[in-house]
Design a protein around this ligand. Sequence first.
Ligand SMILES: Cc1cc2nc3c(=O)[nH]c(=O)nc-3n(C[C@H](O)[C@H](O)[C@H](O)COP(=O)(O)OP(=O)(O)OC[C@H]3O[C@@H](n4cnc5c(N)ncnc54)[C@H](O)[C@@H]3O)c2cc1C
Length: 389
Amino acid sequence: MIVVIGGGLSGLAAALTVQERGQQVHLIEGNENVGGRLATERIDGFTIDRGFQVINPGYREFERLGLRTHIHPIPAGAVAFVDERWNFYGDPRRELRAMGGSLPSIAANPISFLAVLRGIFIATIAEGESAADFLQRIGISGEVYEGIIEPFLRGVFLTSLSEVDAKFARRVLRSLYRHVPGLPDGGVATVAIELRNRLKSIQCGTRVTAITRSGKGFSVTTENSTISARRVIVATDYHSAAQFSNRLPHITHARSSAWYFAIEEPLRAQHQLYVSRANSGPVVTAIDVASVVPSYSPDGRGLLSVTTLAPCSESEVREHLAKMYGELFTGELIAQFDIANALPILAPGAERTGAINEEGLIFAGDYLTEPSQNGALLSGRLAGEFALA
Ligand SMILES: Cc1cc2nc3c(=O)[nH]c(=O)nc-3n(C[C@H](O)[C@H](O)[C@H](O)COP(=O)(O)OP(=O)(O)OC[C@H]3O[C@@H](n4cnc5c(N)ncnc54)[C@H](O)[C@@H]3O)c2cc1C
């Protein structure tokens, strides 16, 4: 028997990899539900994800798993403040009509816009280069960098681009160029539930408290039982995993906060993702998720999902939203979460092993590959393969 600890995407992928090869596997999850950081709640009839995140069905690992959950695409591109105006900037292949308003700033900054394409496809990245250094070195500068690219990517990595590996930033940009991400009915946790439903042996609401070596295998202790296992895959978040090993690499994490407002009065382009430049206020991104998936709202009101990074007050968020949408912001606050360890930071030049095998005690998670759903799934699959070897 192989035991997997943790029912986030990495644990689910690990368990499915083992199960598909006909081996016995049992997954133990500490929470009542699987999903880990893909978490969704119902609050006052609204579908609320614990932090704005999108599903990219084009991720290689989702394709490999044959993800069937329907994803409603979000409009490709973002509304950004450039040359003193809010404008929509996107991929002209997908949002040609909406691009009209941004043509003047594209004409005013042609070199920077061309550099974006060069950065995605051909420019060479130096060893250990940060995303900030790379993007500016290849000529993305001024308004285009500060108004569009930097805020957009800060919203993805939840930290400053000087802290992020350039190769990872480019993988993200390429993936967004090739595929349009979106949201499923029922919230992002729906994707984890689809994977859970394929597993034969799973136990939720049970935390593992100890793992000890015993003979050629392991004893896995939970709050109410002890299970013997030939191999153990620890697919928890980084800080929980560190309780079971003192050999893990040191990894820092980005924090974020999620705010959800019900909105009655229409806001300008509320269905599109807004990105806001550094030092303009606490908000990094905002979008009405109910205009992407109408079932997120019980009564036709919009549901503005807002992300902030540094700790801040509700009035600071409202003030910033009023500046972004150009009017007094009167939305009703429905939910707010602080997410202490939202994303592991993939630092410039950092080596990532994929999964770690400590003589049969195997570790998986996004902190061992890259901070994304694809990274978590990949790490889980690699861990499953280690366990089968
Ligand atoms: C705000 C936010 C926005 C994001 N946006 C995106 C995005 O747009 N696109 C993208 O690709 N990725 C995004 N991500 C990243 C993505 O969600 C994560 O990379 C991925 O879900 C991590 O999966 P994981 O399995 O590695 O870890 P986790 O999801 O953390 O799963 C670990 C699991 O282990 C369980 N556990 C811990 N300790 C124990 C124990 N002792 N016993 C039993 N169970 C235990 C936990 O309960 C948890 O379920 C975002 C993340 C956040 C937080």
